[in-house]
Write a protein that binds this ligand. Structure first.
Ligand code: FEO
Length: 169
């Protein structure tokens, strides 16, 4: 059974994950407006991953005897400047999420909540991947520039991404 404090913190994180999904879906719309369908696809897959992260937390709270209370999700930005700015924002956002996961780990340790701590380890590893991927594409965009042939080649690459549901453990 999780504590009320942990329950609240996990509910907050469910909101953060759902906001992430909303943010990436909004970024996808910007790419659609530029007819960069590959970039849009990548962001749509990213949004599905975030939804899956939220569902993972939801399952855990229910299994751990807590109560899931869904919170209001802020409106994400809808105007962006460029692919480069979007991936800068993506990296920044993922670093924010990593900070939130780390705070949850700190809370779980302080409460001797080994079950929650173990569950969170999946997210600790996932965040390393999330930051690395966002940074990789940011660096590639910087290399090719925001316009021209390079961005179209990247668009083709990002169009190949498919959604793979996260593993359960
Ligand atoms: Fe669920 Fe991208 O962090």
């Amino acid at each position: 059974m999780i504590s009320q404090k942990m329950e609240q913190a996990l509910n907050d994180q469910i909101k953060n994950e759902l906001y992430s999904a909303y943010l990436y879906l909004s970024m996808a719309q910007y790419f659609h407006s530029l007819s960069l369908k590959g970039f849009a696809n990548w962001m749509e897959v990213q949004a599905k991953e975030e939804q899956a992260h939220a569902e993972k937390f939801i399952s855990y709270v229910n299994d751990a005897g807590g109560r899931v209370v869904l919170q209001a999700i802020d409106q994400p930005p809808s105007e962006f400047e460029s692919a480069r700015q979007i991936f800068e924002e993506t990296l920044k956002h993922e670093r924010f999420v990593t900070g939130k996961i780390n705070e949850l780990v700190t809370l779980a340790i302080s409460e001797n909540d080994h079950a929650t701590n173990t569950m969170l380890m999946w997210f600790v590893t996932e965040q390393v991947e999330e930051e690395a991927t966002a940074d990789e594409f940011l660096q590639q965009i910087k290399l090719v520039g925001d316009k021209g042939h390079g961005i179209l080649m990247l668009d083709r690459e990002l169009g190949a991404r498919t959604f793979v549901p996260p593993t359960t453990n």
